[in-house]
Design a protein around this ligand. Structure first.
Ligand SMILES: Cc1ncc(COP(=O)(O)O)c(C=O)c1O
Length: 386
């Protein structure tokens, strides 16, 4: 209907494939080439490939598909499993907080259709050993999806700047799809993500068509129906107006700020960093309740995301955080918040680990409200007499 929107979509896919080394596919899979679609966000960019791998598995005669994901992989994969009837198997993490590849290898069975790794994962911002997962995928002819929703538009620039970024893109021969959200570090508006495949034959498996409908012959490239050309245009505009120089400059500031924050946290004896992070720094504590630390940070105006299993906090560094003095102010408040959390008799922390709430004074307080409502409901709904 709108050729310009299709053109912009094609150009966004092409630029993203270039950034994630789509050209390398020709070296290890000469018959294939990078292609992709635009979706409404990270979640849709995870549900679509899971559909693709289920359908690929079905072609191989697999009727009870399984996908193995790291425990740290985004929960939208669980949602995909729920929607698509795929058994999602959670692989444990090693001491370095990366997926236990040996465990994944052992878990592969006749029903496995795909495995997943993240670059970087939401809780800790870390890059799984995609090169090692690739070996398993190639050996067993499995899909290997890399969830780079969060890191896809920042890690490539960090690598260019010389930071140690483990290779996770199409240079790794077993990678069959990558999701990268333009609405995160791509600086598009919310509602746009890029989903890349190693071949047309994979992408095709997410298409849906239904010729016999009174409304017309229906065909669609994926889960979504109508999509916003305005959001596509905004994502395109971000890419071409910032350009490589703009993304590099932003990444330079973000990696530098994250390094300052990481060093500051490492100097606080009560806190421990999860793994070896770059742009997102997550930390936990064996000595105190990290949610008490968060309560105090909230009171001081900070909004960090809270984690669980184990409890932790993460600071996902974005451009506004790179302003002069922000990292230093945060570290001063963090030190004060650790002192706050060390006080005896604080009781239950107010904040908890509800995903997506940032650090609004919710968490346990929100649970309190829910539980209270549940008990109220029990009293208000008169039980049937026996
Ligand atoms: C690694 C990762 N994957 C997927 C998602 C889901 O993205 P969305 O919220 O756009 O659906 C997120 C969101 O933060 C993420 O960090």
């Amino acid at each position: 209907m709108y050729p310009s929107a299709t053109k912009l979509e094609g150009e966004i896919v092409a630029m993203t494939a270039h950034m994630l080394h789509g050209e390398a596919i020709a070296t290890h899979h000469p018959a294939d080439h990078a292609c992709g679609v635009i979706t409404s966000g990270g979640t849709e960019s995870l549900v679509n490939p899971m559909l693709v791998y289920r359908e690929w598995g079905r072609d191989k005669g697999i009727t009870e598909p399984e996908v193995i994901i790291p425990r740290s992989a985004h929960v939208a994969l669980q949602k995909a499993g729920h929607l698509l009837g795929i058994r999602v198997v959670q692989a444990p993490l090693r001491d370095d907080w990366l997926v236990d590849v040996a465990w994944v290898r052992e878990q592969v069975n006749a029903n496995t259709v795909a495995i997943v790794g993240s670059a970087g994962n939401y809780p800790h911002g870390l890059i799984d050993p995609i090169d090692e997962l690739s070996g398993i995928a190639l050996e067993h002819d499995l899909g290997l999806h890399v969830d780079a929703c969060l890191g896809g538009f920042i890690l490539p620039w960090g690598e260019r700047l010389g930071y140690p970024v483990r290779t996770f893109d199409f240079r790794v021969p077993g990678v069959t799809s990558i999701s990268a959200d333009s609405h995160k570090y791509g600086y598009g508006l919310k509602g746009i993500s890029v989903l890349l495949y190693r071949s047309d034959s994979l992408r095709r498996r997410q298409y849906f068509n239904f010729p016999e409908w009174p409304g017309g012959i229906y065909l669609s490239p994926g889960l979504a129906g109508s999509r916003s050309g305005g959001l596509v245009a905004a994502a395109w505009a971000a890419l071409v107006s910032l350009g490589e120089r703009g993304y590099l400059d932003a990444a330079a500031r973000i990696f530098e700020t994250a390094a300052t924050i990481r060093a500051g946290i490492e100097s606080i004896p009560e806190l421990r960093i999860f793994g070896d992070p770059t742009f997102l720094v997550a930390f936990h504590s064996a000595d105190l309740d990290i949610y008490h630390v968060n309560d105090s940070l909230i009171a001081r105006g900070w909004r960090l995301n809270a984690l669980q299993l184990p409890p932790g906090l993460h600071f996902c560094v974005t451009r506004p955080n790179t302003a002069a003095g922000v990292a230093e102010a945060f570290l001063a408040d963090l030190r004060a918040s650790v002192e706050y959390a060390k006080q005896p008799g604080l009781g239950t922390a107010k904040s908890g680990a509800l995903y997506g709430l940032g650090a609004s004074p919710s968490g346990n307080e929100a649970l309190d409200i829910l539980f209270t409502a549940a008990v109220d409901a029990m009293y208000e709904v008169a039980p049937e007499a026996d």
